[in-house]
Design a protein around this ligand. Structure first.
Ligand code: SAM
Ligand code: SF4
Length: 327
């Protein structure tokens, strides 16, 4: 069985937010004061597993567990193990801020995780603290080393570049990735939720701008490497590392979209940049069968929108923050 939307796009990748909570408050992701959801509104680990199973039975081959900070959810390793064991799932991956990796990297590897994304926006401890509000750079660097020691097939750093805040660190971040022999991906900031610390329109650093800065110090060679997501990769000449770009603004990738998301409250979100969604939690809690759950997912494909509606220069159209959505 396959999930195909009205534009003929084949959905084979699901990103699930396992918690809206986080030990950081990154300035582009969350407001300083956040109210998190009550426990009863959040999907249980069993419900997340049930949704994952339904998707895999509908032909999904890649699942990303994200958040919030996925690794601070209690007993999350058992969820990784159970989802990782689903027959026909080719890839289970995660995105983390790295804070818990010093103690959890090996457990994740043992649970079957092959690739891991770690967010890192600055190598300067003071600035790292300013950007994440609560983060400790040393802990994250230790987490990156723990992930390297656990020998994942791919470790990718994610960096959101904000003009005037960390655009002067682009070359340092590339050099760091090169030294550690891992990949790095630069993400254009998306207007999700209302933030106050900077104006997203004025501080947007496009992938082309990031790339020209990188090319002052390194040669980038176009690469066909693909991981089933929107990242466009380049090889970093003279190194094992790749440099990727996720460019929702400057290079719209909606035409190839193969993804849907499940929010922490069990809303199946058909597009990160639109509000089209379908409730999976209520039917499950009302006792629907697995077949009925799958039918709801199949039907939802009819409302997957053609494009995202991001415009950093307008008032934010999408009021939910990235942490509830599953970034
Ligand atoms: N807490 C984990 C982390 O930070 O890696 C996982 C969740 S976080 C929402 C997933 C990714 O989304 C991170 O790489 C983060 O930098 C990115 N992100 C968060 N808010 C964003 C925004 N408004 N625009 C672009 N990327 C964003
Ligand atoms: Fe937390 Fe990740 Fe959002 Fe930063 S980007 S506040 S680490 S969820």
């Amino acid at each position: 069985m396959a999930l195909i939307d009205q534009f003929g796009r084949h959905v084979n990748y699901v990103r699930i937010s396992v918690t809206d909570r986080c030990d950081f408050r990154c300035v582009y992701c969350m407001a300083e004061e956040m109210t998190f959801l009550p426990k009863k509104s959040v999907l249980t680990l069993e419900e997340i597993e049930r949704i994952s199973t339904a998707f895999v039975e509908l032909g999904v081959t890649k699942i990303r567990l994200t958040g919030g900070e996925p690794l601070i959810r209690k007993n999350v390793l058992s969820l990784f193990e159970r989802i990782g064991a689903l027959p026909y799932l080719k890839e289970l991956v995660t995105t983390t801020n790295g804070s818990q990796l010093p103690t959890m990297a090996q457990g994740l590897k043992d649970a079957g995780l092959k690739r891991i994304n770690i967010s890192l926006d600055s190598l300067n401890p003071t600035r790292f603290k300013e950007l994440t509000r609560f983060g400790n750079l040393d802990q994250v660097l230790e987490g990156i080393d723990a992930a390297r020691a656990a020998d994942f097939n791919q470790i990718k750093l994610n960096a959101v570049i904000i003009k005037g805040r960390n655009d002067d660190e682009i070359l340092d971040l590339v050099e760091f990735a090169k030294e550690k022999q891992i990949d790095i991906c630069f993400i254009e900031e998306m207007p999700l939720g209302v933030i106050t610390e900077h104006n997203r329109g004025e501080s947007l650093c496009s992938s082309d701008e990031v790339r020209s800065i990188i090319e002052t110090g390194y040669e980038l060679i176009p690469d066909t490497y693909k991981t089933g997501g929107p990242t466009k990769y380049f090889k970093l000449k003279g190194s094992e590392s790749r440099v990727g770009f996720i460019s929702p603004h400057s290079n719209n990738f909606c035409g190839d979209c193969n993804r849907v998301r499940v929010t922490v409250e069990g809303r199946l979100l058909l597009c990160l940049g639109n509000e089209h969604s379908v409730d999976l939690k209520t039917p499950m809690r009302d006792g629907c069968t697995d077949e009925e759950l799958k039918q709801i997912i199949i039907e939802s494909m009819k409302i997957k929108p053609k494009n995202h509606e991001f415009d950093v220069h307008d008032e934010p159209q999408i009021l939910r923050f990235m942490n509830t959505t599953g970034g």
